[in-house]
Design a protein around this ligand. Structure first.
Ligand code: A2P
Length: 331
């Protein structure tokens, strides 16, 4: 069996660290790994698969030695500069940043939803925004079956989505200290403000959900609105998704479709207070779905509650699943 060479860029960050764990779990047929970060981390030691590695400073010639795959989780600026360099040297980049997501030349991939689009890559494949990834997994089979007319997203997003600094803000503001990452104390608050505000009054996070959902589901005109909220939860994003369909549906059939779809775990039993929770989803790769019920205010409306580990399925796991599928398909 062919063995591959993989680079992880941003190996010292929150997503990078989880990627190391997930790579160990997946145990892909990779014979050589290299771990990159900024000059600040050069020389730091990483223990991976019982072996010690030294973190390398990412430089323009880092990809000269030849890699098959690279996973980038080092922010948009690093991706913009280094992903095209890596791709020009024959490496396939799976990029976690938002730098290339809406580029029509770049496939935007969630393996359970549109993996076939990834095989058409030109060297860069984008990993979607964390809140979008977990949403489109249950939306895809429902769209295929009943055709979605409109989506209303309301999110409850964990501080880990803002990296190490987001976690530190939750801890520090709980002790009355000033926030360093968010504009207000996240402790005891819900902040309806993720990423920057845009001219239309939405935040960039909200418009990422709108635009990325349309691209992944290949529904460019789909009507979508979103309110994204940072909540004082360490890890795993929760989402209320209100869906209006073109066609009528049967609730039992909806449950069966979701239960049988790859990557979804159904947790929906109000009698036993069973529904997806952030604390239960953390540390897992699946998307948890529950609170499935009719929206009785419109003819063909459905409400669902969707929870996933934003650092795993929302970032590291999704990227590694993409590499896994590329390898399996000899791409
Ligand atoms: P470093 O730890 O050396 O700063 P997070 O989002 O959790 O803050 O992580 C960001 C990741 O991106 C870290 O691994 C960080 O490395 C890395 N990074 C930031 N800037 C650069 C850069 N210019 N070149 C390479 N890696 C970078």
């Amino acid at each position: 069996m062919k063995k591959y060479k993989l680079a992880l860029v941003g190996a010292t960050g929150l997503v990078g660290q989880t990627a190391l764990t997930v790579l160990e779990e997946f145990n892909l047929p990779i014979s050589e790994y290299k771990f990159f970060a900024s000059a600040r981390s050069a020389g730091k030691k990483i223990t991976f698969m019982n072996k010690e590695y030294e973190v390398q400073e990412l430089k323009e010639d880092s990809f000269d030695e030849g890699f098959d795959y690279a996973i980038f989780s080092a922010g948009g600026d690093t991706s913009k500069k280094f992903s095209p360099i890596a791709a020009s040297k024959g490496c396939i980049v799976v990029d976690n940043s938002s730098a290339f997501r809406m580029d029509p030349e770049v496939p935007l991939i969630v393996p359970e939803v549109n993996m076939e689009d990834a095989f058409n890559n030109k060297g860069i494949i984008a990993n979607p925004n964390c809140s979008t990834i977990q949403a489109v997994v249950p939306l895809k089979p429902l769209d295929d079956k009943y055709k979605i007319k409109r989506i209303v997203y309301s999110t409850y997003q964990a501080v880990s989505g803002a990296g190490h600094k987001g976690l530190a803000d939750l801890e520090n503001t709980s002790k009355g200290e000033k926030p360093l990452k968010f504009p207000h104390p996240i402790y005891n608050n819900c902040l309806p403000h993720i990423d920057v505000f845009l001219d239309n009054g939405y935040t960039k996070e909200e418009m990422k959900m709108v635009n990325e959902t349309r691209k992944i589901l290949n529904r460019p005109d789909l009507r979508i609105t979103a309110t994204t909220v940072r909540v004082p939860v360490q890890n795993s994003h929760s989402e209320s998704i209100n869906i209006e369909f073109e066609n009528d549906f049967d609730l039992k059939e909806v449950r069966d479709i979701l239960k049988n779809y790859p990557g979804i775990i159904l947790q929906d039993d109000p009698e036993t207070n069973t529904y997806p929770l952030a604390t239960n989803a953390s540390g897992h790769n699946e998307v948890y779905v529950g609170r499935i019920r009719r929206d009785e205010s419109i003819p063909y409306g459905l409400n669902i509650w969707v929870v996933a580990d934003n650092i795993r399925k929302g970032a590291a796991t999704n990227a590694i699943q993409i590499v896994d599928e590329l390898i399996k398909n000899n791409n």
